[in-house]
Design a binder for this molecule. Structure first.
Ligand code: SF4
Length: 372
């Protein structure tokens, strides 16, 4: 059995950002967080009793706002993680942070526990845009948190940026990109804003002034130009890294490697089994089974996953890997590849096929054509 990645979902935030569709709840006095972490520990122990002490080379605390957890919770989670799993000495251990919820003390605590990568949500360096998004922090606070993290010893930090924000212009996005490059994190994620139903933005949909599709495309290509000029390579549709700093945990998802998720809304992929937990935190705290979808992946689904996830990567998919899944070549099953190559949406290089810039931007439409 290969190594495993562990994902731990921490579904608590001080308050909801206007665009947020992630599974997160407020916890005013911290009592739910403690109860939640105790239950996470119980479920990790149950997993290791059933599956043995699996070797782990990536751990990822996502949310929500994991950096909101009191240090005592992190301490018990790490104690249990090390009891239940064999964590590699050089495992990548990431914690997502909100700049409004970290202090020198909390960062030192994380570093001492073995956390070696931080993923900090910035979204924009423009104060009006941060306010529009409902973020709790200013750009100045992000810079302070970032500086503290460096002082404490974190040498692998990722910052998240967003484009397509209401009232955002090409110029203000470029400004955010340049400010981020000045900070020189090792990794940058840059996502286009999606307006989801059930969010504050979803309810305000008709009154939001959003960049149109052409402007968004310009932002997308600007992002790549600016980041590449500063030494970041795009290794996935929305992710850029200095060489050697690609997110090892996220690569597991895109390369169909095994991971186990603990907590509400967490997903798992173990060999050919997929399962996803519901968002029902009350049932989780009662110790109930919250798996709401579980299925085995057959050869055809695995082939589709390979194309869907592999094409997210800068290096794309390969004919030989595809043959290993299903015994046929890429062009046997997807002759449309040639049409997209001629139109400049896909690029062929040797046995590999990858999206061009233009293709990445409309990747969903192309994938649906290829896979249907
Ligand atoms: S901090 Fe993140 S998870 Fe929490 S509300 Fe904002 S976007 Fe959602």
């Amino acid at each position: 059995m290969g190594k495993l990645g562990v994902y731990i979902h921490i579904p608590f935030c001080i308050r909801k950002c206007n665009y947020c569709d992630f599974c997160s709840f407020p916890d005013k006095d911290g009592s739910a967080m403690r109860e939640y972490c105790d239950e996470l520990c119980r479920r990790m122990r149950a997993f290791s009793e059933d599956n043995g002490r699996r070797e782990v080379d990536t751990v990822y605390f996502g949310g929500g706002t994991p950096s909101l957890l009191p240090s005592v919770c992190f301490e018990s989670l790490f104690k249990t993680l090390r009891e239940c799993f064999l964590i590699d000495a050089d495992a990548e251990i990431t914690v997502e942070c909100n700049p409004a919820t970290v202090s020198r003390e909390s960062l030192e605590g994380l570093h001492e526990l073995g956390v070696n990568r931080l993923s900090i949500g910035l979204q924009s360096a423009n104060e009006n845009e941060l306010r529009a998004l409902g973020r709790l922090h200013s750009f100045e606070e992000l810079c302070e948190s970032f500086g503290l993290a460096r002082t404490v010893g974190f040498d692998n930090i990722s910052l998240d940026l967003m484009y397509g924000i209401p009232e955002q212009t090409l110029e203000s996005f470029e400004n955010s990109l340049l400010h981020v490059c000045e900070l020189a994190p090792e990794h940058i994620s840059s996502y286009g804003l999606k307006i989801e139903d059930g969010t504050a933005f979803g309810r305000m949909r008709d009154s939001l002034v959003l960049p149109d599709e052409d402007e968004e495309y310009e932002m997308y290509t600007l992002c790549r130009r600016v980041l590449e000029a500063h030494g970041y390579e795009r290794y996935e549709i929305s992710n850029f890294a200095k060489r050697g700093y690609e997110s090892r945990h996220n690569m597991r998802y895109w390369k169909l490697e095994d991971y186990i998720g603990f907590g509400v809304a967490a997903h798992s992929c173990i060999q050919n089994e997929r399962f996803g937990n519901s968002r029902d935190i009350a049932a989780f705290l009662r110790g109930e089974d919250i798996v709401e979808e579980r299925y085995s992946v057959n050869v055809d689904e695995r082939r589709r996953e390979y194309v869907m996830l592999g094409l997210r990567l800068g290096k794309g998919i390969s004919d030989s890997e595809y043959r290993a899944f299903c015994g046929r070549g890429l062009l046997d099953d997807m002759p449309q590849i040639e049409k997209f190559v001629s139109a400049g949406y896909l690029v062929k290089s040797g046995e590999r096929v990858a999206f061009s810039d233009k293709g990445f931007f409309v990747s969903n439409a192309i994938l649906s054509d290829l896979l249907n």
